[in-house]
Design a protein around this ligand. Structure first.
Ligand code: ATP
Ligand code: MG
Ligand code: FE
Length: 332
């Protein structure tokens, strides 16, 4: 089938064309307008989605060399995400489907992050574990089938991406800070500073204590030396990144051992992080496990993951009606 995928859950407007499980285009319009605000401003995000959605779809069709009359179904992100942002993608998908007389396929954004692993040749085999780490989520997911997934561990407060972004805000870096922490971390000593590892039972995570300890650490050092941040930025970023990565990988290892699973995947925006990618590879090498790490363009929000998820739902004959509405909060 030829699937048009639409993603608009946060601040990326994206469109993708998937033909028989092959991604032929993946157009992502990033919104730069939020940089000055230290986070995504929902009201602005929906307005920019409204401007970008039609050009993004046109470009995706052009890049894929697919005519709109050849499309078999429209897959869109139903949630979770910002409601105003979701409404733009959902409304576009409905209007397009109505005009072209096509079926609709609703997709859960967090499942789609995981299903991005079914783009390309190196596909995991069920059941596998996926650590989904993004701006809004930190989950260990037991993936039993394309749409049969169980969250076996999750954050009780902040997400890992939020920890990255809040740290960068404390350091005076622009939003989103994750990529900048990654960039500076490569130049620093990860053992320069020690941040505490939270003691949370089971497979759950917590990042709010870490954020507070980073805040106090910076405040105390800046009180002694006003140039502390600029003089030590690489070491600070490397040390923070190392702590976030060890928190994530320790729980992931525990989950793998508890479930006897040897195939481990990463998903979500934070899976673009160099330290996490290298750390998972090293862990899997040591344990004899197989790691699955998405290509960079499929880590952060993109419509290719929506289109590939739509492909599998199409094969299941699982469609949505025109009455469907977005859900800001949505579980599996
Ligand atoms: P969700 O998927 O939970 O709805 P989201 O869509 O905002 O949230 P993504 O686009 O999947 O999240 O991921 C964005 C997050 O990834 C941000 O917190 C960003 O800082 C982080 N991030 C992106 N690249 C990197 C990197 N190289 N290192 C660390 N963090 C990164
Ligand atoms: Mg984003
Ligand atoms: Fe996302």
């Amino acid at each position: 089938p030829v699937i048009l995928g639409i993603e608009s859950s946060c601040d990326e407007t994206s469109a993708s064309v998937c033909v028989d499980g092959q991604i032929l285009s993946n157009v992502i319009a990033n919104q730069t307008i939020h940089e000055a605000y230290g986070g995504v401003v929902p009201e602005l995000a929906s307005r920019v989605h409204q401007q970008n959605i039609v050009p993004a779809v046109q470009q995706a069709l052009l890049n894929a060399k697919v005519n709109k009359n050849d499309i078999d179904a429209v897959a869109f992100t139903r949630g979770p995400g910002l409601l105003g942002s979701l409404l733009v993608g959902v409304s576009f998908a409905k209007a397009f489907a109505l005009a072209q007389k096509l079926p609709l396929i609703d997709i859960n954004h967090m499942q789609a992050h995981i299903l991005a692993h079914f783009i390309g040749d190196h596909k995991p085999v069920f059941p596998f574990l996926c650590l989904t780490v993004s701006g809004g989520h930190t989950q260990i997911v037991l993936v039993k089938d394309y749409f049969d997934m169980e969250v076996i561990g999750q954050t009780i407060d902040d997400a890992a991406g939020e920890a990255m972004d809040k740290t960068s805000k404390i350091l005076g870096l622009p939003y989103p800070g994750g990529p900048l922490i990654d960039k500076y971390a490569r130049l620093g000593n990860a053992d320069a500073y020690k941040f505490p590892e939270p003691q949370i039972p089971g497979l759950d995570f917590s990042f709010s204590g870490l954020k507070t300890s980073i805040l106090y650490f910076i405040r105390d050092n800046v009180a002694k030396n006003p140039d502390f941040i600029s003089e030590n930025l690489p070491d600070i970023c490397a040390s923070v990144e190392k702590r976030i990565v060890t928190i994530l990988l320790n729980k992931l290892q525990k989950a793998a051992e508890a479930n006897g699973i040897k195939q481990i995947a990463l998903a979500g925006g934070v899976s673009a992080n160099t330290g996490l990618r290298l750390g998972l590879q090293a862990l899997c090498m040591e344990k004899g496990w197989e790691s699955f790490i998405p290509k960079m363009e499929y880590c952060t929000d993109n419509a290719a993951m929506i289109a590939i998820a739509g492909h599998y739902k199409y094969l299941n004959g699982d469609f949505a009606g025109q009455e469907i509405a977005p859900l800001a909060r949505m579980i599996f």
